[in-house]
Design a protein around this ligand. Sequence first.
Ligand code: CO
Length: 467
Amino acid sequence: MNTTHTTRKVQFTETVLRDANQSLIATRLPYSKFADILPTMDKAGYYSVECWGGAVFDVCLRFLDEDPWQRLRNMRKAMPNSKLQMLLRGQNLLGYKHYPDEIVKMFVEKSVENGIDVIRIFDALNDLRNIETATKTAIKCGATVSGTLSFTQSPVHTLEAFAKQAKEMENMGVATVCVKDMAGVMTPQEAYELIGAIKSEIKLPVVLHTHCTTGMAFMTYLKAIEAGVDVIDTSSSCFSGGTSQPATETLNYALKQLGYETGLDDAVLKEVNDFFKPIRDSYIADGTLNPKMMATDTDALNYKVPGGMLSNLVSQLKAQNAMDKFEEVLIETPKVRADLGYPPLVTPMSQMVGVQATNNVLSGERYKNISKEVKAYCRGEYGTSPAPINPEVMKMALGDEKPVEGRYADTLEPVFEKTKKELEGIAKNDEDVLSYILFPQVTEKYFAARKAKEEKVVKYTITPVEE
Ligand code: CO
């Protein structure tokens, strides 16, 4: 009998305020709907509460008419004892392109200043040059940095390669290393081997993030825990399962019985879940939450393509009236990925690879049409590919043009002061300017809506005086 684990601690990051609601209801949870439960969540005993970054920022401005910075300050006030965690796409911050170092530094500083404790920083290509500026700045500001590896399967993504990158992150000064399986494709055996390999290479705590999509996540976590993982990502049970994370209460219950210390308060967990249940039900009732999202879908295992990407491919082909080409596109997808040097299939790479595979099949000639994003990727604007790009594809994409030398962000001019001037009289603070730099059109619309709302309020307060 193995009894060595009996007093080991496994801690939990609660994702209901970020990844769980992003995965199930496209982040459509306004602050007003969950504000009342925050003081309770503050007492649960989580390692951290993931509540910001990822799509939260964009969706707040785009769909919820909410200032994401204000949401962060509100959460900070309501949860003084919790570590508030955000997800950051390295040099992309929360947007979809690379920003100059100046903006990366300011954004990280402002995130910490407004209340963030833990920043999980990753790069879609695992090009560590793209997480360096954010990492160094966050450490300087006193934040806990979780250096994050985007998990994927390919001939170049070996245990040794991942362990080596974990070591490089440790040398960079991160506090923890996180393995992020965005697609929920990591098997229990892979988790056991990978966490073991990383644990034997570094001394830092290791975190594992996965999704239930293919149905393996509970087993994957258990094997990862056996291999020594320190923190797992879970969601309050009514927002768990399917494309979301495994359930917090379930894992807490099972792990405690196995002899692990979780630090979680069972009664508080129940209260949190009871609070979110009617909210979940209302999203099912109004159609925002499709019950299918909460079920297991094993297609990602057969096709080796993440679930989210499969549904994108289907809608692309349907739009072009070409569903008969579905199998062909699925066969082409891993070939395109290999040509492009095995990028992990996460945003924005999953979209690029999917569109290119579709183009290759529908046009009847491979790489006849190459998207401007794939050209930018070949130019090196997203970083270095995990393996070299197929030279023939490179030639077709760039012709005689040479790829960028060094790090793409070094070629970008500072934009903050210029933008601040442009927004004089509109932006109320530097945070507003940063929001605008990340999402110009969306933020402009948000500014207009905010102004209209404020004018309404002024009118309302003046009326009684006039009578
Ligand atoms: Co995720």
